[in-house]
Design a protein around this ligand. Sequence first.
Ligand SMILES: [Zn+2]
Ligand SMILES: [Zn+2]
Length: 394
Amino acid sequence: MAIDMLQRPDQSTVQKTIRVTGVVQGVGFRPAVWRLAQEFSLAGHVYNDDDGVVICCRGSEHAVDGLIARLQSAPPGQSHISKIESWPSEEPLHSEGFVIEESHHKQNITQLKTGVSADLATCPDCLRELFDPTSPRYRYPFINCTHCGPRLSIVRSIPYDRANTSMAVFELCPLCQSEYDDPADRRFHAQPNACPVCGPSLWMTDQSGQRLEGDPIAVAQAALRAGKIVAVKGVGGFHLAVDATHERAVDRLRQRKRRPHKPLALMARDLPVIERYCFVSEQERALLQSAAAPVVLLNGRQAPSAGIAPGQQRLGMMLPPSPLHHLLLEAFDTPLVMTSGNPSGQPQCICNDSALDKLAGVADLFLLHNRDILNRVDDSVVQVSGLLTQVIRR
Ligand SMILES: [Zn+2]
Ligand SMILES: [Zn+2]
């Protein structure tokens, strides 16, 4: 139908350029526009630039307006549109169909206005694949799709394209490439797309950086059960993990981190585990399960051990924010302490070498991977007070 219109333009055919600003990169925005363009039989193209997303489309006036209305009424997934502007244009279209183009860079732009999405907790579909023995990504700690996965933490520069992220060094294998290229696939243009064949990998080391034999997740779990302190390279930085029910391990962590009293954040496998230790309202449940996977301060029933939050009524709880954490937590029906992996008074470590250097006196073991964290992203902390959600730390 789109081709028909190009061949026989009539009075109702219009062409518009639409500029969308806000958090519109790294959220599957261009693939969503592509699908809408198919639905509305529009010709044209969409691309990212330094200011957001630009759509150039031609079709019936009704269809072009329909696309804009749909973006306004049902914006794609995790996007936050701050503005949609459109104007008639005569920019030449590059094909008869609708295509996703390479990102356009403007020269000498010092103010990069676009917000790349925050990192997004594992979506239900990826979680299912993670624990499905028939999936090529069964137990793969870096599974993701356009609905979930790392974003801000892996971006070197915008536009948000794989070449501008720390995934650039991993060349897509045929499977990942075919998903990346398939508009019908959940991983269509998923920039961090990866699998065990082509993507990042995980390993475990001792304090000296010596690699340990065995499945790194299993080794880490055994160490945690034995009361060891494990430095975990997470999404936006390192955490220090211990078994929260292990009194002596918690004490040792506090001593080594020189953090005698401040409450320690906890991570639990699922809501039932959290509900054994805390009261969880409907609103708090939604926050825990949100894509931001924040630490939520909850009214405690009982602390997993005395040293977690001395003298505090509230416990900071979070659900696993990434597949790596889902795998690590799977074996525990009690929470783990997940406190930021930084030497006292310093920012959270983000690279393997600095973690091995700075946390050597704190962690017994290190769970490392080779997907570089380019931007430090601390866990956000929120609490519900009355009907309000208060952000304690963004
Ligand atoms: Zn996903
Ligand atoms: Zn692959």
